[in-house]
Write a new protein. Structure first.
Length: 224
């Protein structure tokens, strides 16, 4: 997630608005005072605390580095940050930020995950069978995304679910394990080992409303 993704302020579908309006091609570049390292063939090939972070519409969030610190890595200049260059994510084997291994993209300094125990009801039905119907849930407010309910598997008919081979990754919630029902693949997912900010939903399940009949008591979206 970044300012340019989801419903962030620089995305194609922002949740709010600027007043006055800002140019469509605006780029936000900021210092990122964290230690960023890149490893290739078992060797650290980039190690800096002078990275910048670039937020640009239509592009993933990205680092840029002082040109003198990237060595022989393939790089492209950043027009909005003279003297800094982009290094392709796949140009190295591993990226680290403050010792934490990154997958797919840098973590966004503006991203927040707020997990709150709640009494909002969640009812999920698949092929006429109710998998969960409870108001003992956790609501997750996540920057630039719609709120979502998670539920303790103790409230779910887990005997009707089976593990899937599907997986995905989120910098803020970790690796996701997916679950299928007899008639529907990947109907639910969970995070078995989330980072500290998402520990309240460790092992909890959330359900895909495009694959099941999901009735979730969620906050009213703006404009609804």
């Amino acid at each position: 997630m970044s300012l340019v993704a989801g419903r962030g302020p620089l995305s194609a579908d922002p949740a709010g608005r600027f007043s006055p309006a800002i140019p469509a091609d605006v780029v936000y570049v900021e210092p990122h005072p964290r230690r960023v390292q890149a490893v290739k063939d078992g060797r650290v090939v980039l190690d800096t605390e002078r990275a910048l972070m670039v937020h640009r519409r239509g592009r993933p969030l990205s680092y840029v580095f002082p040109v003198g610190e990237v060595g022989d890595l393939p790089a492209e200049p950043e027009p909005e940050a003279p003297g800094f260059v982009h290094v392709a994510w796949d140009a190295v084997d591993t990226w680290l930020e403050e010792g934490r291994e990154l997958v797919h993209y840098p973590p966004n300094p503006y991203h927040r995950v707020d997990c709150r125990p709640t009494k909002r009801r969640l009812r999920v039905t698949v092929a006429g069978t109710t998998l969960v119907d409870t108001d003992d849930t956790v609501i997750v407010f996540e920057t630039a995304l719609e709120p979502r309910l998670y539920v303790d598997p103790a409230h779910v008919r887990t005997e009707l679910l089976r593990p899937s081979r599907t997986s995905s990754y989120c910098n803020y919630k970790g690796f996701a394990t997916y679950w299928s029902a007899e008639a529907v693949d990947d109907v639910a997912w969970s995070y078995p080992d989330p980072p500290p900010e998402s520990l309240p939903i460790k092992g909890f399940l959330s359900f895909d409303a495009t694959r099941a009949d999901v009735v979730a008591e969620l906050p009213i979206s703006p404009g609804s």
